[in-house]
Design a protein around this ligand. Structure first.
Ligand SMILES: CC(C)(COP(=O)(O)OP(=O)(O)OC[C@H]1O[C@@H](n2cnc3c(N)ncnc32)[C@H](O)[C@@H]1OP(=O)(O)O)[C@@H](O)C(=O)NCCC(=O)NCCS
Length: 321
């Protein structure tokens, strides 16, 4: 056994940088920053029992990492997640296996019944998951748009907007972000997936989503209809070159009017003007409308992940719980 597992050291900047290095190497389509990693742990809801595990190689260098916790906002109790990443340059040292074992022990000890793990659609990754008792379920795509070359739809002029429609940056809601919380809650509950999510805790949303250091409130764009929030394109960035879609949503009453396309058009133009060169997003393979919108912008699928799932057995002595 040449790798060892420990918890991520919050407050240790170099540990956060190591986690980012590994996440970027293993999954280059996500937006991840040292500040974001520290924040992810600090603001996790206590019921999530969220941990960031770290695998060290024989020389003490961080070669793997995993996010582990309970999906506390799932509508079904006992759902949990583990997403493990090993630096491709350091595979075969047992880091993945040890991360998974530590994660499953943690989850089982906190009452998890089902565990979900995102696995890249590559034969070695799928075989690893299957060897550890995981079975495939839904897939999701990562999509990429080269902002330096994309022919974005024209930036809409105010006079061309449909009657009653207004577009504002997310920062315009700084004094009262509650309408964005309500829009996020309604649309997230409609997002296709195998772990149904719903949330109603405004204070927690403020702490975790609105105050996230990755959320870019200037690039986030909101479409209002007659003064009411109808649609939004939430943006996150790494502060350097990468822009990511955090969530795009249109309230049920306003769907099919082109509002998501409008909000995202403005957001992408602002991102390009701010110097971002690559845009990324992730969509469930069954999300026809969102995939159609992203393909319309020129995004192309750059990778596919499958969600693998496994039933956990209860730890000894807790079988009757
Ligand atoms: C996806 C969503 C944001 C779309 O919002 P919207 O304001 O209705 O989108 P628009 O009107 O701008 O564009 C809709 C486009 O979807 C496409 N579309 C709609 N239904 C579709 C379907 N069933 N299959 C394939 N494409 C579809 C069309 O291309 C349509 O564009 P067009 O009418 O101009 O041809 C909205 O349905 C939503 O909030 N869903 C739940 C949350 C979610 O899944 N968000 C994405 C998370 S990644």
């Amino acid at each position: 056994m040449t790798a060892s597992i420990r918890d991520f050291r919050s407050g240790d900047r170099s540990d956060a940088e190591s986690v980012v290095r590994v996440r970027r190497a293993a999954l280059p389509f996500t937006i991840t920053t040292p500040k974001g990693v520290a924040f992810e742990l600090a603001c996790a809801h206590p019921a999530k029992r969220h941990r960031i595990l770290v695998a060290e190689g024989p020389d003490g260098r961080v070669i793997g990492t995993a996010q582990v916790g309970i999906a506390h906002d799932s509508t079904e109790p006992g759902q949990s997640y583990v997403n493990a990443y090993v630096d491709p340059a350091h595979r075969g040292l047992g880091a993945g296996r040890l991360l998974l074992r530590a994660a499953e022990e943690h989850l089982a000890a906190h009452g998890a019944v089902d565990v979900y793990a995102w696995v890249l659609d590559e034969p070695a990754h799928r075989a690893f998951a299957e060897r550890h008792g995981y079975r495939p379920s839904r897939s999701a795509h990562f999509l990429r748009l080269d902002l330096t070359a994309a022919a974005l739809p024209e930036l809409p002029r105010d006079e061309d907007l449909p009657a009653g429609v207004e577009l504002l940056p997310g920062s315009a809601f700084a004094a009262d972000p509650r309408p964005l919380f309500e829009a996020d809650a309604e649309t997230t509950s409609d997002e296709p997936g195998d772990v149904a999510a719903s949330f109603d805790d405004y204070e927690h949303w403020l702490a975790q989503t609105w105050h996230s250091p990755s959320l870019d409130k200037e690039l986030t764009t909101v479409a209002l209809v007659d003064g009411r929030v109808a649609s939004f394109a939430a943006a996150q960035t790494d502060g350097a070159t990468r822009y990511g879609s955090a969530m795009t949503g249109t309230l049920r009453a306003f769907r099919g009017r082109g509002l998501a396309k409008l909000a995202k058009t403005v957001s992408l133009h602002r991102a390009r003007a701010a110097g971002y060169t690559e845009a990324f997003t992730g969509n469930d393979a069954g999300n026809g409308p969102m995939l159609a919108i992203n393909e319309w912008f020129g995004y192309e699928i750059c990778a596919t992940e499958t969600r693998f799932t496994k039933k956990l057995t209860k730890p000894k002595g807790r079988e009757n719980l």
